[in-house]
Design a protein around this ligand. Structure first.
Ligand code: NIG
Ligand code: FE
Length: 410
């Protein structure tokens, strides 16, 4: 492939580095005016200001803002059906955990996911991925967890494999059979945990179907000790650990996840000081999900305390049919900015470099610098403040994935 230059960039804004950023560094963004960016074979070869080098292929950024492509480090992308009927219950005050305990919630999505073919699941997820791409998302993590049997969990992960060949968004798989206790095991918790550890995890590892293992550590779902056993077994097979913790009740999941060196903890709405300390000690990224707090009518995670304590903060959409039926990462990012009181610069790091770190991609993705993959977003905007001010609108102008223009408004 010949060399390409993106020229006439009004403002290039990017975090810098090959690892997650926190504390003051989370808001340290490199800003270049009148910039250019060159890449060859999908890899960035030069970033500079002034006159762009003369190369064959040229993309005119028309003085607009350019950032790294957005990375969504937390979605439940593949599932059957929807759960719109839960909205009325929610509005009447029925809680998320009450709906789940009554056999609704995640378990009702499990029924619909099991009933769907791989082709049906892939078609539905592909539609959503194409929407995400048009918003500037170039990489997306996807969790299983609506199969809850060996065969059905593998079906979900194989659906992600199928989606890789069908559309340009880069997909990263996470195995999450510990998302709920399936009805068949309602009276045998230990049996289900053993099934995950003894049968599912070895198969997932052997077939290289996931890089990460996640668990739902919550009142009425899985305890910190159960989650620890599953995650340590996963680590032993080469899968890195993630943990949904402190979403509703702070029962010690974050403390446990930090202590085993989990790569990220998810939600963290009710995270305590001890959880923040554990993440700091474990080198764990705090993956916050602002649109979920918004939709659940919950409070917002203590993001500022995390950043100040030296824990890197990333944002994900948490797209799923229950607690966040919205795949719009830029909207989540803007809600995060307003409700966590994080600056646009800190939020940009949260959806690029820190999001990359939460999925072990910080060496390759998440910033615009020499050696990184050319995943680039040209915005229909001229500065960062404008992007954060215009919430709810799609401001992606052109999306470049691995050096290829995969979406453009023109
Ligand atoms: O991250 N909390 C657990 N899992 C999802 C919700 C899944 C569902 O309700 O279907 C979440 O919010
Ligand atoms: Fe989630």
């Amino acid at each position: 492939m010949s060399a390409t230059v993106i020229e006439n960039i009004g403002l290039l804004a990017t975090p810098m580095g090959f690892a997650a950023r926190s504390d003051r560094e989370q808001g340290e963004i490199r800003l270049l005016q009148d910039a250019y960016l060159c890449y060859e074979d999908g890899v960035i070869t030069a970033v500079g200001t002034g006159k762009a080098p003369a190369v064959d292929q040229r993309i005119d950024a028309q003085s607009k803002l350019v950032t790294p492509g957005l990375i969504d480090p937390h979605t439940h992308l593949v599932f059957g059906g929807w759960r719109q009927h839960e909205l009325a219950m929610k509005l009447k005050g029925v809680s998320y955990l009450e709906i789940l305990a009554a056999g609704g919630g995640i378990l009702s999505t499990v029924k619909k996911t099991r009933a769907a073919s791989m082709e049906e699941l892939a078609d539905k997820a592909e539609k959503e991925l194409r929407k995400m791409l048009r918003l500037g998302v170039t990489t997306c993590e996807c969790k299983s967890g609506y199969g809850l049997s060996t065969e059905e969990e593998l079906k979900m992960l194989r659906t992600v494999e199928l989606l890789r060949s069908r559309q340009p968004v880069e997909l990263v798989s996470t195995f999450m059979a510990a998302h709920a206790l399936p009805q068949e095991y309602a009276e045998d918790r230990e049996g289900y945990i053993r099934l995950i550890i003894d049968e599912m995890l070895p198969k997932v590892a052997q077939e290289h179907l996931a890089e990460f293992c996640d668990v739902f550590c919550e009142t009425g779902v899985f305890t910190p000790e159960e989650c620890r056993r599953i995650l340590v077994a996963a680590q032993g097979l080469g899968l890195a650990a993630k943990c949904h913790s402190d979403e509703i009740d702070p029962i010690g999941g974050t403390e446990m996840a930090g202590s085993i060196g989990a790569v990220s903890c998810e939600h963290l709405i009710r995270c305590q000081k001890s959880g923040i300390q554990a993440m700091k000690a474990g080198g764990t990224v705090a993956c916050l999900l602002p649109a979920t707090s918004f939709y659940l009518g919950a409070t917002f995670a203590p993001a500022r305390e995390m950043i100040d304590a030296g824990v890197p903060v990333a944002f994900g959409s948490d797209f799923n049919p229950g607690s966040c039926p919205c795949s719009n990462l830029p909207l989540a990012m803007n809600i995060g900015c307003y409700r966590y009181r994080m600056t646009p610069e800190e939020c940009l790091t949260a959806v690029t470099l820190n999001a990359a770190a939460a999925i072990h991609r910080a060496e390759k993705l998440g910033s615009l610098e020499v050696g990184k993959q050319a995943d680039v977003l040209i915005w229909d905007a001229f500065d960062l403040d404008y992007v954060f001010y215009r919430f709810g609108d799609s401001l992606a102008d052109t999306v470049i994935k691995n050096g290829v223009v995969v979406y453009t408004q023109h």
